[in-house]
Design a protein around this ligand. Sequence first.
Ligand code: NAG
Ligand code: NAG
Ligand code: NAG
Length: 784
Amino acid sequence: MTALSRALILATALLGASSAVPSPTQKVIAPTAERIETNAKHSNKLRGSDEIDLILQTPTDFHPDTFYKAHTSTKESIACHRKSGAAGVYGAETSDCDSPISLVNATFDWIADNLQDQLDFVIWTGDSARHDSDEKIPRTKSQVIGTNKLLAHKFAETFVHGMKIPVIPTFGNNDILPHNILLPGPNNWLDTFTKIWKKFIPEVQRHSFDHGGWFYVEVIPQKLAVFSLNTLYFFDRNAGIDDCTRHSEPGFQQMEWLRIHLDMFRENGMKAIFMGHVPPARTDSKQNWDETCWQKYTLWLRQYRDVIVGAVYGHMNIDHFMLQDTKEINFKKMTVDWAKTHAIEKRSHQASWEDEEFGIASASDYLHELRTHWAKLPNLVSKLPALEVEDDDEVELDEEYDYDEDEDLEAESSKKKKKDGKKGKKKKKKNPLEKLGGKWAERYQLSMIGPSIVPNYFPTIRVIEYNITGLEDHVTWADALDNPDLFSDAGAADLFNLNDEEEDILELDAGGYETESKKKKKKKKKKKGGKKKKQKPNFEVPDAPSKSSPPGPAYSPQPLTFTGYTQYYANLTWLNNDMTEKDEAHVGPERWREGMHEGKSPKHNKPNPRDFEFEVEYSTFDDERYKLKDLTVKNMVHLAYRIGKNKKKSKKGKSKAINEAEWMDGGDFEVELGEWDDEDEDWDDDEEEEDSDDESESEDDESEDDEVETDKKKGKKKGGKDKKKKKKKQHKKHAKNKVWMEFLRRAFVSTIPRDELKKYAVDEGGVYIVGDVEEQEQVVLDEL
Ligand SMILES: *[C@@H]1O[C@H](CO)[C@@H](O)[C@H](O)[C@H]1NC(C)=O
Ligand SMILES: *[C@@H]1O[C@H](CO)[C@@H](O)[C@H](O)[C@H]1NC(C)=O
Ligand SMILES: *[C@@H]1O[C@H](CO)[C@@H](O)[C@H](O)[C@H]1NC(C)=O
């Protein structure tokens, strides 16, 4: 079914250009005469098949650098501008150099040749200027504006004029000067970008853009809009703003703007995709947004979960995703008082960050932190024991969840201690689905992070597909350009005429997924008259979806739901054709990465590049490892669970397993997730190595390559029982979570060879250990 409809879409690639998408997807590019005919007749139709259509999510983080020169040095402070070295024609992959214009041009050419007539709209997630990484050539305002203009021109030419599809840009933290700091509008920068992005911002919204740098585009008129969020007003490092709690703050106003428009969208049955540059990352080492902004955003996404289709971001350069947990919503942290108390702390953060420009926090540390969170997720597929969970009075909003993250899987000792402190709470049995916010996992929200064009790893682009059932003959953006009445008129709403005094506080409706038992409990609590005073918010809390409304497109498969994506990358090592020996990315903890070019001379005296092309790195449609039927939150939560899974822990859970029927509300849940195999399938225990050696064991599993893994997997499937017996003897040190390994590999866009990757797979829990943990190098997170 799915394969068929995709084949139809991709077939349209053959219409506009004779070249097709290269290799791995080849099998789905089966042109059908029928489809081509249809397309030829209605050139302004949504371009996909009956069911699925395409979005170009990235390109993100281009970082074009007009000073880049091939065969220069990748060293710090030189940044591929001077001296001699092995920097390639299309960029110096795995280094911190920015992108040459040739890479920018080649990217657009490739997209025009290969994705023409397939795309419905393009999401361009910012950072279209180089970094300030060369003291000899400091960034100037005209350069920042210049490369932004260059890219705006390329986007307009290729898509708006060429393909007649909308492009939605957004601010990156490097698109302004000094970087990171954008003052509240109106200001010169917003003014400048109103002009640069004139072709992309709908006219009715230019006034509002001038104030805040946010806008939306109805990419399918009256059905679907993409909201370009100005994340710089949420960004913790933006010293030009404070937080999202005061009416005067642009972050506060942006949330108001969202609320007003999302209310209208709900009323009109329209849906929204969110996009922005800086994603809402929030782990111990990495908090991208001001906490008050994160709080409100998460609350908003929760309340509008019937409207929002998905959220896509850039900035981090690594390919990954994150889940916001609505259990963390805390109204106290949306108040001016709280923000004031935390302002000092925040300022000291900002000050220290300034010194650590390229981040002490490494990407791998950060990914490990995500994984630690995910390790606490319950398994949706196999049976979970009834869990003893404590009441948690701290979270007002989400008391229906009563999720205790430490309870289901073993907690880190520190957290245990903390918990021992709050004794005397009553325990009760929990349904694991309740912990997820019901069978659609509505407790969680998904943010997808596209990796960059700038070749800190390899340059990438991502094509997302979404379901267009029932919209096949709908008017397109291009139709509506000629006839603006076809757009909904909501865009005209002007936030800046709102009544600022408006302080009505709506009681928060707990929403559609509160169970009966919870409601009763809630009532009881109210009767008891809890001591806790409700902090009155100084903003209008958005309404939750009506209880009768079905789950939104992010949660249950329906029209507009993201069905999957294809990740493309350009192997610059191959394309530049300048590396001599077996070259590996040097990944050290230093602030600046010279990449695989460190100390090398190019193979050719004159650059001799190959013809540029992107290839498929992976596609979620035929993905053996991720096994994503679509990108709905519950599927991503389950993927996160599998990535986070720690063998020892899951075994424990298993021993207590009870009949899943008790947990499956309605029954179809199991059917939908049933494609996943038994949990063991994701594990590689390396028993051969383990049995024979002990001391040296930790040093290598070098034999471990693709083939070996495949063989083992096959063997596993055949002799399942034997295998399991063997496994019991395993030392936990040797258990390796393959889904986690794959997640890591993809995070670094396949630049880190498998055996080297193992080093980064280690975590404190000893899930996979090779070599001495103390000696592990860290991959520096290039967030700028
Ligand atoms: C990139 O394309 C532009 C036209 O869009 C052209 O003017 C420029 O010379 C090209 N630069 C390179 C390095 O190919
Ligand atoms: C697309 O949505 C329709 C309507 O909800 C559904 O029947 C169909 O199965 C969906 N297609 C895919 C590929 O998810
Ligand atoms: C990229 O190309 C180089 C040089 O041909 C090759 O050694 C390497 O394996 C390729 N990387 C990937 C991920 O295919």
